[in-house]
Design a protein around this ligand. Sequence first.
Ligand code: NAP
Length: 215
Amino acid sequence: LRPYTIIFSTMTVDGRIASSSGESLLSCREDFVFQHRLRAMVDLVMVGSGTVLADNPRLTVRLVPGRSPLRGVVDSRLRVPPEARIFDGGRGVLVTVEGHPPGRLEPYRRRGVRVVEAGRGRVDLAGAWRLLAEELGVRRVMVEGGGRLNGALLREGLVDELIVTVAPFAYGAGTSLLEADLGGRSVLALDRVERVCGGWARLYYRVVEPRRPLG
Ligand SMILES: NC(=O)c1ccc[n+]([C@@H]2O[C@H](COP(=O)([O-])OP(=O)(O)OC[C@H]3O[C@@H](n4cnc5c(N)ncnc54)[C@H](OP(=O)(O)O)[C@@H]3O)[C@@H](O)[C@H]2O)c1
């Protein structure tokens, strides 16, 4: 059992989600509204530790009516502090490795953060995804980056859909949508293309392979 997983990202025409100096403001107003609507439809929004350390996002639903989902971060080394904004409101999830001393996890737990432990050294994403379904009852996950987490999840066959908004900008360098060697090619099927706020376009893909069964 694993949750149905959607990657959503806004990228430049050259496939970057952040510039080499860390700038990543790529969305137009309608794109932000779409992002919040998608958040309201899932049980959990997940990001990598790099994104929290770079942007300290809230990941809540604010621009549309709806309940904010659980908000999680994949962080093997506990680099994300318990004070991070994704843990505000007692709906945070920390996905990390097994074996941290209980005392190091205590400040997160005191903030109401649910801790999921999978793997040694580095988070075992397939194991973690199974635990999210089994222990927290998570059925749908929206992944909002960054490039390393996106790439690793796709490589592991844990992604079902990829929704990307292409912004009319280019960086020419920086963080890519998928920062991982996929060891071959990943095959996607294009379901739909739509124009967003003039110069922006949104593409909806289903992942064909690699993809692990859901059940
Ligand atoms: N434009 C957009 O839509 C958008 C969206 C999100 C982010 N961004 C940008 O993307 C940048 C961050 O991206 P990033 O690629 O550097 O970081 P990231 O994907 O957010 O986080 C990567 C980190 O996750 C941790 N991790 C734990 N287990 C992992 C595993 N099994 N596989 C892969 N990672 C694992 C690793 O740190 P440990 O080894 O310490 O655990 C890794 O360094 C920021 O500049 C942000 O602004 C842009």
